[in-house]
Design a protein. Structure first.
Length: 284
């Protein structure tokens, strides 16, 4: 099978690999669609602490496909099922896992990181990941290309819920890519009073308007904080969600908040420069 394999930062090679062998309790999925996450890009450029030097890894964790083999009887799954996969596999024993926060597990495994992922023709889901609920059945309707987006969409849903977006909130989304688009859609569904979106690309801003954005802020040489201040009459926003991997954006986000505002640093920074707090700005 063909697979996109990370070798070292800056080196990803398409290789011919054997189809994974299926052991007891495992599932073998024929990958029909796999989308590219910002995390995949960061790993390809900078590596990952869970991928040791010299170790090769098939990337990709936003995956949808169909089961083509099982390792014996696997309760709840059968050959031919349409499925999607969630990437992080908790240990199932620690305090975080017992609270349902397997993404915070200190000993997690992850497809495309510590386990081979979905940038291949076939994905092996080991028995322990099947047992811990990492494979979800899909309805017959959505095409696989849409189904592969279930993972990033669910992350955005969790992010919007975590900051409690509601009808009284002015929400700022910085970044008008796919994550920004999902976030705008979900904030609109949550009843946000006003949604502002900031981005450098005018084309992306124009597209995201169709997802429910009210105010579009094109930032280039324009200072983001000054622009938001002007758009909100000096009040700031109730919720800021950063969907751009920029240390400056993350540093500015706190300065954009109104009284009792909430911020979600959604986009990661990889091994780039850390976000450095700036001198607090005073809203008029």
């Amino acid at each position: 099978m063909n697979a996109a394999v990370f070798h070292e930062p800056g080196v990803v090679v398409v290789e011919d690999r054997p189809v994974p062998a299926v052991g007891p309790g495992d599932l073998l999925i024929k990958v029909r669609a796999a989308s590219v996450c910002g995390t995949d890009l960061r790993i390809s450029r900078h590596g990952h602490f869970k991928i040791a030097p010299g170790q090769h890894r098939v990337l990709g964790h936003e995956v949808a496909g169909e089961i083509v083999a099982t390792g014996g009887p696997v309760v709840g799954y059968a050959v031919g099922d349409r499925v999607a996969v969630t990437p992080n596999v908790g240990c199932g024993r620690c305090g975080m896992c017992r609270r349902g926060l397997n993404n915070m597990c200190p000993d997690y495994e992850a497809f495309g990181v510590s386990l081979d992922g979905g940038f291949a023709e076939y994905l092996l889901v080991p028995a322990f990941a099947v047992q811990r609920g990492n494979v979800f059945g899909l309805p017959a309707g959505p095409p696989f290309g849409q189904a592969a987006l279930a993972e990033p969409f669910s992350c955005c849903l969790r992010g919007v819920q975590a900051v409690g977006v509601g009808p009284q909130d002015d929400v700022l989304v910085v970044g008008a890519g796919p994550i920004g688009a999902f976030t705008v859609l979900l904030a609109r569904l949550a009843g946000a009073r006003r949604i502002l979106v900031a981005n450098r690309s005018r084309g992306r801003l124009d597209r995201i308007a169709g997802y429910g954005a009210d105010t579009l802020i094109e930032v280039g040489d324009r200072d983001l904080v000054a622009a938001v201040r002007a758009e909100t009459g000096g009040r700031g926003v109730d919720v800021a969600i950063t969907a751009a991997s920029s240390p400056q954006v993350q540093a500015d986000a706190v300065q954009l908040l109104a009284t009792h505002g909430r911020v979600n640093f959604f986009a990661g920074l990889g091994q780039g420069d850390p976000a450095t707090p700036t001198t607090p700005r005073r809203w008029s």
